[in-house]
Write a protein that binds this ligand. Structure first.
Ligand code: ATP
Ligand code: LTN
Length: 326
């Protein structure tokens, strides 16, 4: 099957990105044709630092490799290196109803957050994402829960295009992980953990030092109940920590809840912090290694670009023809 997914080169990747997206990618890479993208064209829809963008892109490619994606098996790609993404985005603009875009939760949240600098790109963001997906005849899109709505819109756009111009696009399906599709912020557990959140204490980056991890978990918001119990609605903080513990220890939330039942928050948090330190250590080590191999990383991105271009050029030629472009 063809798999496509992407991450924005915004802030530092956190455990939510790992549990929601990358961990699924690792499973798919063995028996499928995968394209994993650093979506720089999406990252520029909110204010950003142009000088630093290339570094953030390179850093995300390093994370993909450090997490265990095998460049021999998958295509690792920088979105802006293939012009067909932007061309298809424009073409799909013409079959996307405006009302659908205004309905998107991410648009509502980000346009409120960036009220003064809101640009048309922020509204059209899901069309570019549809272009990414449809350009490669993608069947499965592994993402976290917040992106489900966008993948469903991509499917609608494909359906609409096919009925207007004839069978052209594969209808993509979203794939969410069983656990960890929505990891919550440590400081405000009713909000999702997010890279671009200013308060660094709200998330655990994949490359935080052991000291940073211990501090952040210690100060994570919980509640005033005495026992440790999973209740997503009434007790979002502790439920989030239990979820993280369960995923890292490869057990069910029920099992972890049972084990922690008699323990204090202090002990539970200390055990969680140590588990995080242990599980994230290989990421830190591999990243250090790759940081000094810039040429190698560039080479992988170039190779990804060359492989992706063959697919993208053929697809765009088909689309142009179907749409009657000269
Ligand atoms: P930003 O704050 O810049 O929007 P982000 O943290 O939301 O960044 P994205 O680059 O938008 O990260 O998302 C990359 C992938 O990680 C997507 O598949 C998304 O669904 C997933 N993801 C993001 N945040 C979480 C989270 N808190 N829990 C689970 N998955 C997440
Ligand atoms: N919008 C996504 C990133 C993204 C993406 C994609 C994910 C851009 N294009 C195509 C899956 C498929 C996000 O996580 N913010």
């Amino acid at each position: 099957m063809r798999i496509f997914s992407g991450i924005q080169p915004t802030g530092s990747l956190h455990i939510g990105n790992y549990f929601g997206a990358i961990r699924q990618w690792l499973d798919f890479q063995h028996n499928n044709e995968c394209v994993f993208c650093v979506v720089d064209l999406h990252a520029i829809t909110v204010p950003y630092d142009a000088k630093n963008l290339p570094n953030l892109v390179q850093e995300k490619a390093i994370v993909y490799l450090a997490a265990g994606l095998d460049p021999e098996k998958v295509i690792i790609l920088v979105q802006s290196s293939i012009r067909e993404h932007t061309e298809l985005c424009w073409l799909l603009n013409t079959v996307t109803p405006l009302g659908e875009l205004y309905r998107m939760t991410q648009y509502k949240e980000k346009s409120t957050k960036h009220k003064k600098e809101e640009c048309a790109g922020l509204l059209n963001y899901p069309i570019l994402m549809a272009a990414d997906i449809l350009l490669y005849d993608t069947e499965i899109v592994p993402v976290g829960e917040d992106q489900k709505q966008h993948v469903e819109l991509a499917r609608d756009i494909a359906r609409r295009f096919n009925s207007k111009f004839g069978e052209t696009f594969v209808l993509p399906k979203v794939k969410l992980p069983k656990e960890g599709a929505r990891i919550m912020s440590l400081t405000e557990p009713t909000k999702k953990m997010s890279k671009s959140e200013a308060d660094k204490k709200s998330s655990i980056s994949l490359f935080d030092s052991p000291e940073e991890i211990r501090k952040k978990i210690k100060s994570a918001v919980t509640d005033t109940y005495k026992t440790i119990k999973y209740d997503k609605n009434k007790r979002p903080g502790v439920s989030n920590l239990l979820t993280i513990y369960a995923i890292l220890s490869d057990r069910s939330i029920k099992e972890v809840e049972k084990e922690m039942k008699e323990k204090s928050y202090k002990v539970f948090k200390e055990e969680l912090a140590e588990l995080l330190v242990e599980k994230l250590e290989p990421f830190r080590r591999k990243r250090e290694e790759l940081l000094s191999r810039e040429v190698y990383v560039r080479e992988i991105l170039k190779q990804g670009e060359n492989r992706a271009r063959i697919i993208a050029e053929a697809k765009i030629a088909e689309v142009r023809k179907k749409m009657g472009l000269y």
